[in-house]
Ligand binder design. Structure first.
Ligand code: 7TS
Length: 417
């Protein structure tokens, strides 16, 4: 997206107000103010989301879809209301297209098992990209092993962008394309709409891993023209233990169940079972009720702040961080070096300093970053580094935290070289 097209980010006043809503941010770590730069792993939660969770347990807690008593009806109403809020947030046609899962990982496993099990035959092809998180690789590896399907990968160029020259050829015989919308390592935003259109023309369905996009930019499933979208509540100001699979209704309706048990059946006899309609068919057992309700509160919050503004703010931070990090001697950033087609996950290495040592020195400065392979081992093999350090931004981060990051990196380099 060109800078001119995006809404302006936040004013200093907006940011101060926003930050006040996140109680965890206002603490000292090792005697320094916390600079939380690891929202790519899990975001912090505003007070109103924490309150929604505790209020559920204090006032409404009861199992859903079973009791006729008032509390159970209230819990069911709130749970289904949350489904509606999240569905609207991503532009779904109906809340019935939205399945609550534990996280992105479970949502992708659901599709690989239920859709993949029913649709893939030996020799069918699955198309992924080399920059996928393990949760969008391993379920397909497992499916390929079970079904005899074959996996191919879209490659990346030196700047970390997908190579699409040979997309048409790679799509031949492909039944499903599964790709990330935003890389959790490189920050690359992928051209999902273009890939989905070509994939559909080739007869494939498209699953998008939205774990790093839905929290950070406006995502509309109709506009993207995709078939499945997976994302996690905990990365978008919601609680852990709640995630989402959105799917086109016709595809979901045709899919057999993934997990079996209570709540997902129509009838059970000793001879066998028949299954409920979607979404109940895919929500076996007692769901994460309070967490779903609190995720509903999180999307209300994000919607009120405005996803365009959140994206614009993160782009401003990313431009600033790319500038500041370029001043650090020996530092190499991976992924696109312009903010136009990247989000605010910045992975880097520092000559002579192991990424874990970078993270430890920064921790001493009160700065939280992640180090490691970020669940993207194949990508790190390709980049020819065992690990990187990563700073990732969200709506509550401020430029001063990036100044502290740059200073911390200079200090780490001095300590270790
Ligand atoms: N896909 C992407 C692109 C991710 O970044 C992550 C988590 C997942 C899937 C899995 O999400 P989960 O909620 O099911 O665990 N990424 C990270 C990360 O980058 N650091 O910690 C978790």
């Amino acid at each position: 997206m060109a800078a001119a097209q995006i809404a302006p980010g936040f004013s200093v006043g907006d940011l101060l107000t926003l930050r006040r809503e996140f109680p965890i941010l206002h603490q000292q770590v090792h005697g320094k103010p916390l600079a939380f730069l690891d929202s790519g792993a899990s975001s912090q939660k505003p007070q109103r989301v924490i309150r929604a969770l505790t209020e559920y347990y204090e006032r409404t807690n009861a199992n859903v879809h079973r009791g006729v008593y008032q509390l159970s009806e209230q819990a069911t109403f709130a749970y289904e209301q949350a489904r509606g809020k999240v569905a609207r947030f991503i532009g779904a046609r109906s809340p019935r297209e939205l399945i609550f899962t534990r996280n992105t990982t479970e949502a992708i496993n659901l599709v690989a098992n239920a859709w993949g099990g029913a649709n893939l035959r030996p020799g069918d092809r699955i198309l992924l990209t080399v920059m996928e998180h393990h949760s969008n690789l391993v379920p397909w590896h497992m499916l390929a092993q079970r079904s005899g399907a074959v996996i191919d990968y879209l490659q990346i160029d030196g700047a970390g962008r997908l190579v699409l020259d040979d997309l048409k050829r790679k799509l031949a015989g492909v039944k499903i394309v599964a790709l990330t919308h935003q890389s959790n390592v490189l920050g690359t935003i992928t051209p999902v709409r273009e890939i989905a259109a070509q994939a559909h023309a080739a007869g494939a369905v498209v699953l998008v891993d939205g774990a790093q996009s839905v929290p950070h930019m406006p995502v509309d499933v109709q506009e993207l023209g995709i078939d499945f979208l997976a994302f996690s509540g905990h990365k978008m100001c919601g609680p852990t233990g709640i995630g989402v699979l959105w799917g086109r209704k016709a595809l979901l309706d045709a899919m057999p169940p993934f997990l079996g048990g209570g709540s997902m059946i129509r009838t059970v006899t000793l001879a066998g079972s028949t299954y409920a309609d979607v979404p109940a068919r895919f929500e076996a057992g007692t769901p994460a009720i309070g967490e779903a309700i609190a995720l509903g509160e999180a999307v209300d919050f994000l919607g009120e702040v405005g996803m365009e503004r959140i994206h614009a703010h993160e782009q401003e931070l990313t431009v600033y961080a790319l500038d500041r990090l370029a001043e650090v001697a020996g530092l190499k950033v991976y992924g696109p070096l312009s903010a136009d087609d990247r989000g605010g996950a910045l992975s880097f290495t520092l000559d002579g300093v192991h990424p874990h040592d970078i993270a430890a020195v920064l921790d001493g400065e009160g700065i939280a970053v992640r180090a490691g392979h970020h669940c993207c081992q194949p990508l790190h093999t390709l980049l020819d580094v065992p690990a990187t350090a990563r700073a990732s931004f969200y709506l509550y981060n401020i430029p001063e935290e990036i100044d502290r990051l740059a200073a911390g990196l200079v200090k780490a380099r001095k300590l270790f070289t």
